[in-house]
Write a protein that binds this ligand. Sequence first.
Ligand SMILES: Nc1ncnc2c1ncn2[C@@H]1O[C@H](COP(=O)(O)OP(=O)(O)OP(=O)(O)O)[C@@H](O)[C@H]1O
Length: 253
Amino acid sequence: MDAVTASAQPPVRLAAVRKTYGKGGGAVTALDGVTVDFPAGTFTAVMGPSGSGKSTLLHCAAGLDAPTSGEVALAGTPLTGLDETRLTVLRRDRVAFVFQSFNLMPALNVWQNVTLPDLLAGRRTDKRWATEVIERVGLRDRLRHRPAELSGGQQQRVAIARALAARPAVTFADEPTGALDTRTAAEVLGLMRHLADTGQTIVMVTHDPVAASYADNVLFLVDGRIVDELARPRAAAVAERLARVGTTVEGAL
Ligand SMILES: Nc1ncnc2c1ncn2[C@@H]1O[C@H](COP(=O)(O)OP(=O)(O)OP(=O)(O)O)[C@@H](O)[C@H]1O
């Protein structure tokens, strides 16, 4: 596919994606036919009750997990049938992921963890931008610390800085602000909002209506299906819609 055709495609497209874990009577359907595009320069929040398939959606969309059926395409390239090497290169060049479990390298300090994706991809680090991102997540005085010397919230911030410093086309973030205090969470969400405004695509799972209010659009997932959407969300409207789709904000926490 040539560059013009590829750029006309959304950065992420899911078509009729189903994901089933296990077989027979014990099988669990985590995603039940999800079709959605995540266009360039948009920030989407994914919400829903515990077990509704939010993390599975992110993992399938990022090519970290293969759907049982249906299709995922990144920048117009269908992931089905790609060999592991091409899939790894596509993910490395286009996608960043903020996991709930941080996935930091224990032997590396903050600066080394944040710039590791550039090293792995053979890219030159934009040191000014990496420094700004680290500063905005409040870790400027922790550059030489290793993960074991940081609190859980600080480790989460390193994982966020690592994802954002590489300026990937798409960032997937699973509860990125769950372990953060209100002020740092607002800083991180503001940074993600800024990145979407400059053309990046952000997809974030959250239980927090305030966090979701930074997004352009909220998708509500129940039992593996998108049951509702809310554009230009305000926190109160998100909370009200969450309650309507079969959960309460408290119940989702
Ligand atoms: N590896 C797995 N093996 C078996 N079942 C799984 C696996 N991963 C997820 N599931 C099941 O798939 C369903 C969706 O899980 P998922 O983690 O996507 O939900 P979630 O909405 O992200 O939940 P939470 O908000 O609690 O993190 C759940 O019923 C879960 O038990």
